[in-house]
Structures are given as structure tokens and as C-alpha cells.
Design a protein around this ligand. Structure first.
Ligand SMILES: Nc1nc2c(ncn2[C@@H]2O[C@H](COP(=O)(O)OP(=O)(O)O)[C@@H](O)[C@H]2O)c(=O)[nH]1
Ligand SMILES: [Mg+2]
Length: 636
């Protein structure tokens, strides 16, 4: 069972002709050069792959080209490696691409390594010892300071057994990739397989994938289905993080799949063109100026980036800074991803760094809090990072956005959130994938709502309260509907507000009518009640009252709001009792004479004129008590 083997991706690194490909062949039996041109010229141009299963470990070798012209190919494979096999020929020792590849490994954050001192058969003991000294000195202070240096010869086989032992020791210390995380596969090759269609390969950097599952292609966002999965040349039921993986995709031509694209769990992540990052300029390079452009490499992809320096005009060699990268193409990047920068001419690696915020906004001068925020992203623990993200999201931080920006698992988000929600520093709105709002913003919102209700009631003493819709508009657009609802619910639970249908009012408040107002209100209601369906015009009713017209109108509205009266058309108002009576009549009609009723029959039934009958029928249609069919109505 391949799942019980530890999967370790080993990347070769080193100068051209130092014996990387020969060594991979000597270890695995597979010569990694696959292209005809590579075979003809005897040099590695593109990435090569080979496997070795040995003593509980499955080593996936990525053999990289050493030639300086093919460093970008080297980088496409370098992203997923757990362990570097730094290949140095004993007769030449350290050369330019030994250095460049090693710098790249450092920038990519590779943690483990072994040095293969090849071509042992070409040098004497003294020469070998000198090379060894030089290498030790070169590696001092780096992550490979204590890495084993194994002299060997791919030609005679001497030292290969020792190298395997050293690889095993290093493999034990490899942390391994997280198979429980979201699926993500940067694509480093694509091709068509006869009878199967499009196939992509890559190092499965997190999660797992199985035939039948859906995936999202980045940066396009296309949804695709996985037809088959292979690791190490075998069909498997599921491939896991840390394995070299080939995925057969349905629904796409292989020609539209390219190195640098990626597959990921659908719907989780977003492509980006703007990234905030920590960037380190290598000691040997020229100083970097604000808005310099570089080749940008991350996972298997490559594009061009413009580098904005936060608060500085230039960066000195060997220094590190917070930067904003504006990318020429959309990419899938997650926080924590490593990237490399190469200058334009000559094309050499000048630095690299770590993505802090993959969904960064355009740098703005007034956004003075950004550097501090990025420092928190860089140095902070989960809870601090989440708190900082929430405080920079005045309208609330959506769960989906946390996932897209951090790549955290749901359990990680909950863990980071727990202390914040417990201390009321953060308001958690909604059950499943809640919206997170700063506690103080939520309190402000509640105050704002209360104030608006109060203001309204003060200005409109004869109105029982403000309509929810109007309140929503007063509170403003910068409040999300779910925040508004949550605050309202909480204010009701706290007995500060009452909600009556669509009306919101301060708890305990009611309209106290003056005796003359009360009498007038009753008179209005009575006028409509006694009129039944032969209702008077509202104007007439109001003009006969003791109170002046303005107050009388408010009383009428009050009755409408209380649903004692119902406005059927702009001119027609009925008492609700009359309408209830009419509904009863219609049901009786349906029972006796069938569900169809014509306008004349309706007039007969109700004894009203056509002038009233038509708006009333239209009202009944709207209320879904009747439905119009030609000239008739169907009673529902
Ligand atoms: N004598 C000797 N030659 C070697 C050894 N390893 C590789 N070579 C030769 O060195 C040349 C370059 O090897 P290759 O594996 O292509 O180097 P790469 O460019 O680092 O991949 C080839 O001709 C190999 O046969 C070794 O250990 N001893
Ligand atoms: Mg090679």
C-alpha cells in the first residue's frame, strides 16, 4: 500500500554536467531525461522524474536542468521539494549554478538536504578533501550546515549505498505535506494520452485527489472532473499530498492546459494579480528600486511582477522588506507560498520571499495601517492574524474570504476565532460559515439603529414606528444585511426594540392619542365598517372629523398600518371586516356555483358598481384569492 509509505520529494540541484541526471539514474534505474533533444545533446533541459521505493520511503525525484538558461524550468519543479540533493562534482567543486540553485532552495524554504560529491573516481584523495572543505565553508550558517557530504561515483557505484542511507536520515526529518488540507496541485506538465485525453502532472502539495472528484482549474476558474489518478506510474484510488501525481481530466483539451496553471478544490480559492509579501534581496544582487519589474516564479508558474516597496524608494542587497507585487497575469497563490524573483538582464535570481496576503488591494497612501497589518500576518499567531484581518474589514470578514486569503482549514479558523468570540472582541454572525465583525463595530451599529428608531419616533409621534426597510436605508449601505438583522434580533432580545410585522419601535413605547384623536380614529374606522363594500372616499371621511386634516391623515395611516383598514387601490380603502366578509362570499360561491366567476356575477354577488368591482378583483388577484382567466376569474 503506497499510502503507508512516507512520500518524500527530492529535488536535484547543481551546476550543469556535475552528474545530477546520472546520479538519479544510478539511484532509481530511470534516466530522467525524456526529451529527444535532451538525449541528443546529453543535457537536461526540462524537469525529469524518477521514483525509488526503499525501506518504507517512496522518494519522488525531480531532476532539474543545471544550465543557466533553463533555471525557469528548474523553478517549476523546485516548489514542491522536501529535500534537496545538492550535486557537486568533485573535480569542479562549487560553480555558478551550484550557488544559484542553493540560493533558490534557501529562498524556497527547503529544510533538508544532502550533498552528493560526484565524480569521486576522477579525483585523488587530496583533491576530494579540498572540495569537501570548500563545500563545508560555503554551507556554513545555512540550513545545510550539518548536512552530510557523501563522496560517490555514479560510474563505479562507490558511495551510492552511503548516499541512500543519508537520504533516509534526511527523509525522516522531512515534515511531510498535509493530506487533510484542501487539494492543490500546481501543474508542471500537460500532455494527451491516447484513449484517455488530457493529463497533467505535478507535485501534490496539499490534500488528496481521487477519480470522480471535481476540481477547479486556475487561474481560469473552469470546473473539471477527474477521470483517473496515477502516482509513480500506477493507477490509484486516491493520491495524497507529497506524491508526484498525474491527473487525467475530463472535459478539456490538453492543449488548453499549461505548466504554471494549477488544480485546486473547487470554490475555495481565488486567482489574484496583487500580492503583499515579505521579500528578501540576495546579497550579491544590485539594489532594487521602487516599481522595478522582475520575473516572478511561484509554485510552477511564472509571470512578471512590478515591486512596490512600502515606505521606501529602494532596497539594499541582503535586505528584506514588506512589498506589494502587481502581477501581469492572474495566479493562484496562498499565504505562506514561496516565490522567487529574477531580474531581466542578465536573467539571474535576485531574491524571493513569502506571500503574506494573496488578495491584496492596490497600495494606497492613506492606508497607513497596512505595513503593521502585514507584520502581523508575517509574525503573528492564528488569533492575532484573524483579529487583524477582522479589524481591517469594517463591513465584516466573510468566512469564504478567510479561506481564500489564508488557506486555513475550518478547524484552524475556529481555533483562531475561539478566544476572540469568547472575549466579545468579535461578533460572530450566522451559524455555519459566519460573518465576523469587530465587537466595537457591532456595538456602534446597534447604537446607530437605536438612535435612528428614536429619532424617527420623535419626529413622527403618531406613527407607531419606522418601517424596517426605511431603517435599513438610514443605517447606511456600509452595513451588510446579515449584520443589520443580527443587531435587530439582539436589540429585540435585549428588550430595547420591538418588531411588529414590518415596523420597528422602541420597546414600551406606544402612541398616546389625545381624547379627540382617539374619537376621530374610531369614527374613521366606523365609517368604513358600516359602508361595507360601498366605501366612501377617504377625503370625505376625513373632512367630517373634529381634528384638522393633517392629524386626520396620520390617524388614517395608523389604521392602515394596524391593518384595520386596507388600501386596495390608490383611491379605495376598505375595512378589513368587509374584505373578510367578501372572502367568505367568494368561497360560498365557489362551493355552490363552481370556481369560475365573471365580472357581472361578481357585481351581483357583492352589489357594487363596476368602478369598485375592477380594483377589488385586481386586489383579490394580488392576494391570490382569485386568478384572472380571460374575462373571468378563477376562485382559488
Ligand atoms: N566519471 C564520472 N562521470 C560521471 C559521473 N557522474 C556523471 N558523470 C558524467 O558526467 C556527464 C554529465 O552528467 P549528467 O548526469 O548529465 O550531469 P547533469 O548535467 O548534472 O545532469 C555525463 O557524461 C556523465 O556520464 C561520475 O560519478 N563519474
Ligand atoms: Mg541533467
Amino acid at each position: 500500500m503506497s499510502e503507508v509509505l512516507k512520500n518524500v520529494i527530492v529535488g536535484t540541484a547543481g551546476h550543469i554536467d556535475h552528474g545530477k541526471s546520472a546520479l538519479v539514474e544510478a539511484l532509481t534505474g530511470t534516466h530522467p531525461d525524456r526529451l529527444a533533444e535532451e538525449k541528443r545533446r546529453g543535457i537536461t533541459i526540462d524537469l525529469g522524474f524518477a521514483f525509488l521505493e526503499d525501506d518504507g520511503v517512496r522518494f519522488g525525484f525531480i531532476d532539474v536542468p543545471g544550465h543557466e538558461r533553463f533555471v525557469s524550468n528548474m523553478l517549476a519543479g523546485a516548489a514542491g521539494i522536501d529535500l534537496v540533493l545538492l550535486v557537486i562534482a568533485a573535480d569542479e567543486s562549487i560553480k555558478p549554478q551550484t550557488r544559484e540553485h542553493f540560493e533558490i532552495c534557501k529562498l524556497l524554504g527547503v529544510q533538508q538536504g544532502v550533498i552528493a560529491l560526484t565524480k569521486r573516481d576522477l579525483v585523488d584523495d587530496n583533491f576530494l578533501a579540498l572540495a569537501q572543505l570548500e563545500i563545508e565553508e560555503y554551507l556554513r550558517g545555512s540550513f545545510m550546515e550539518n548536512a552530510p557530504i557523501v563522496p560517490l561515483s555514479a560510474k563505479t557505484g562507490a558511495g551510492l549505498a552511503e548516499l541512500k542511507i543519508a537520504l533516509h536520515h534526511a527523509a525522516e526529518r522531512v515534515k511531510g505535506k498535509d493530506a487533510t488540507h484542501s487539494f492543490r496541485l500546481p501543474i508542471d506538465r500537460s500532455f494527451a494520452m491516447k484513449g484517455f485525453g488530457a493529463v497533467v502532472t505535478g507535485t501534490l502539495i496539499s490534500g488528496s485527489i481521487a477519480p470522480g472528484e471535481g476540481v477547479e482549474l486556475f487561474p481560469s476558474g473552469q470546473r473539471l472532473r477527474v477521470r483517473g489518478v496515477q502516482t509513480g506510474g500506477q493507477n490509484v484510488a486516491r493520491a495524497f499530498a507529497g506524491q508526484r501525481t498525474a491527473v487525467n481530466l475530463a472535459g478539456i483539451e490538453y492543449t488548453s492546459l499549461k505548466r504554471g496553471m494549477g488544480l485546486a478544490e473547487p470554490g475555495k480559492f481565488r486567482s489574484t494579480r496583487r500580492i503583499d509579501a515579505q521579500f528578501t534581496l540576495l546579497p550579491g544582487s544590485h539594489k532594487l528600486k521602487h516599481r522595478d519589474r522582475v520575473h516572478f516564479h511561484a509554485t510552477a508558474m511564472e509571470t512578471i511582477a512590478e515591486i512596490f516597496l512600502y515606505g521606501a524608494n529602494e532596497l539594499a542587497p541582503g535586505e528584506s522588506a514588506l512589498v506589494h507585487l502587481r502581477l501581469q497575469d492572474e495566479v493562484l497563490a496562498l499565504s505562506g507560498d514561496r516565490f522567487l524573483a529574477r531580474q531581466f538582464s542578465p536573467v539571474t535570481t535576485i531574491g524571493g520571499g513569502v506571500v503574506l496576503d494573496p488578495l491584496a488591494r492596490r497600495p494606497l497612501l492613506r492606508d497607513t495601517g497596512r505595513p503593521a497589518f502585514l507584520q502581523t500576518l508575517r509574525d503573528g499567531a492564528g488569533t492575532e492574524i484573524l483579529a487583524a484581518m477582522i479589524s481591517r474589514a469594517p463591513m465584516g470578514l466573510r468566512w469564504e474570504e478567510i479561506v481564500a486569503r489564508t488557506g486555513w482549514k475550518a478547524s484552524e479558523i475556529r481555533e483562531a476565532l475561539a478566544p476572540l468570540s469568547a472575549s466579545a472582541g468579535v461578533k460572530v454572525i450566522g451559524p455555519d460559515r459566519p460573518l465576523l465583525l469587530e465587537g466595537k463595530s457591532f456595538m456602534e451599529l446597534s447604537r446607530n439603529i437605536l438612535q435612528n428608531v428614536e429619532n424617527f419616533q420623535r419626529a413622527n409621534p403618531l406613527v407607531p414606528g419606522i418601517a424596517q426597510e426605511d431603517l435599513r436605508a438610514k443605517v447606511g449601505r456600509r452595513v451588510r444585511p446579515e449584520s443589520f438583522r443580527a443587531s435587530l434580533t439582539e436589540l429585540v432580545a435585549d428588550k430595547q426594540l420591538e418588531v411588529l410585522g414590518e415596523i420597528v419601535k422602541r420597546a414600551g413605547t406606544g402612541i398616546t392619542l389625545q381624547p379627540d384623536e382617539q374619537a376621530a380614529k374610531e369614527k374613521i374606522a366606523a365609517a368604513f365598517r358600516t359602508a361595507a363594500l360601498a366605501v366612501p372616499a377617504a377625503k370625505e371621511v376625513l373632512s367630517e372629523l373634529q381634528v384638522e386634516v393633517k392629524r386626520a391623515e396620520k390617524l388614517l395611516h395608523m389604521l392602515l398600518r394596524e391593518k384595520v383598514l386596507v388600501r386596495v387601490s390608490p383611491e379605495l380603502i376598505f375595512h378589513q371586516q368587509a374584505l373578510a366578509h367578501l372572502k367568505g362570499q367568494l368561497l360560498a360561491y365557489k362551493k355552490d356555483r363552481g370556481e369560475r366567476i365573471s365580472v357581472p356575477s361578481f357585481k351581483d354577488l357583492t352589489g357594487i358598481t363596476r368602478k369598485y368591482a375592477i380594483p377589488l378583483l385586481e386586489y383579490l388577484d394580488r392576494e391570490r384569492l382569485t386568478r384572472r382567466m380571460g374575462d373571468e376569474r378563477v376562485i382559488l
